[in-house]
Design a protein around this ligand. Sequence first.
Ligand code: AHR
Length: 608
Amino acid sequence: LLVDASEASGRPISETMFGIFFEEINHAGAGGLWAELVSNRGFEAGGPNVPSNIDPWSIIGNESFLIVSTDRSSCFDRNKVALRMEVLCDSQGANSCPDDGVGIYNPGFWGMNIEKGKTYNVVLYVRSSGSINVSVSLAGSDGLQKLAAENIIASGSEVSNWTKFKFMLEAQGTNPNSRLQLTTTRKGLIWFDQVSVMPLDTYKGHGFRKDLVQMLEDLKPQILRFPGGCFVQGAQLRNAFRWKETIGPWEERPGHFADCWMYWTDDGLGYFEFLRLAEDLGTLPIWVFNSGISLNEQVDTSSVLPFVQEALDGLEFARGNPNSTWGSLRAAMGHPEPFDLRYVAVGNEDCGKKNYLGNYLKFYSAIKRAYPDIKIISNCDGSSQKLDHPADLFDFHFYADDPKNMFSMAHHFDHTSRSGPKAFVSEYAVTTGSLLAALGEAGFLIGLEKNSDVVEMANYAPLFANDNGRNSKFSAIVFNSTHLYGTPSYWMQCLFKESSGATIFNATLQTNSSTNQVEQLLASAISWKNSENENSYLRIKIVNFGTDVVNLKIVVDGLEPNSINLSESTKTVLTSNNPMDENSLNEPKKVIPNRIPLEKAGEGGEDV
Ligand code: AHR
């Protein structure tokens, strides 16, 4: 491998080259990154018509003790469904309630992880007819192990108007499969609504699960595309992500059924939270909004203006003056300074649909008029043919069932026009999740680095999967309520985390053995300066997609003599005994990178 590290061969890679794409899929947010422990906290998931299903809430006690149903009596106008509980048993007498009371419980998203010594913020809304008592507790999955409890209405009293209760519970025990219980021992009518339990300790106090965010920080992402994907489109427009429904106090958000992925989200993780997450991670947000098109419907271009206005309002919310109509809502949510929103994507995978181009042009001209600096991303692929419409970037998605097909995509952008808009590879993945999948993806990313004059940004998809609620078999990070692991694709991305803003050099593979061997190898060389210690680093990445071990001699030209400190150089290897190996909750570290000092590697050449 010949690396020409001279100044003349160096070319800058875009500062935003590699990032992440968060989509609400696989319970990535609801039951994942968003730390809310209560599932279906507003009782809306069963639909707006009552009586409705309250799943996964369940009843404590039998029908001789209580009757549970739903009605539309909530004090919140945008989510009217509330839980109604008619308690038939009493504190004493012939039909006395069980000692532990009767009521309802919520198991969270496949069990709440409650940890001893940790504090949980609890909020709920209660109303009653007649004197009642109510206890709120955290317990093991069978209700027997008591972890924390608070009698919010201890002695019988009436709460005739909706009343907010807010308090903290400190857990006295640990159980990863806990539940929240709302119980009473007194006869009466009680309504509950908007019940939330959040751990006090979240990332920057902003509501995100810390262990999951750490995995994101470790990737050093430069961009955060959000919130989807198909999640933005919806199978039906009425189920698409619409940002105005996801801001403001959480209790007032209607929530929606994500019909691409067939689950309910209460939208606690909304537009504001995504923008703030990007800011907290030090990345640039890329907002994907609905283009007036769902999987099954298309708004006519002549009627798309409300969608255009919605996008403009969203930009004002993110960037507008705190005194502006929408900017003032952002300020009221605790962020008077504008967010650094510079990129928007008009729709997701909508190109080719009859109304896309017409709709896109309406968005394009309105946004450019109001925000000339915003970069607009078209859904249409400009990698093989120049776009026939104005855009700052074009979207490119590629999923492969066979890792080989991903590996061979390394050359896809070699012939892309250098004069048109640049590419945003905003979704790519091999759909199997194995080491071989990651090797195919690594080859593709090396190709993107080499084509970084025309590829400006890229991110893998999907980012997260809750192991209990998957829509896709593959993702970068898998978790349950307590544990997580990075897939080989995650660890592969870590090897590219210094590439954004780095310099790429010519790296040429030569061999006197079979050409087949060269075809199975891809390599790139980059250098970057570490801002903390001011040292410059050279990283050579080599992917061996073949079955044979290859012994490589690496020659680096163009550096000042003795400028490489070999004794501090390291070699990081991502491999396993079987290319089909995957990680799992049982074996989270089966395929992880192994970093060793370079001098320990073989004499006279490096095995890859
Ligand atoms: O990553 C899953 C889905 O695949 C995305 O929502 C969509 O954009 C793509 O088709």
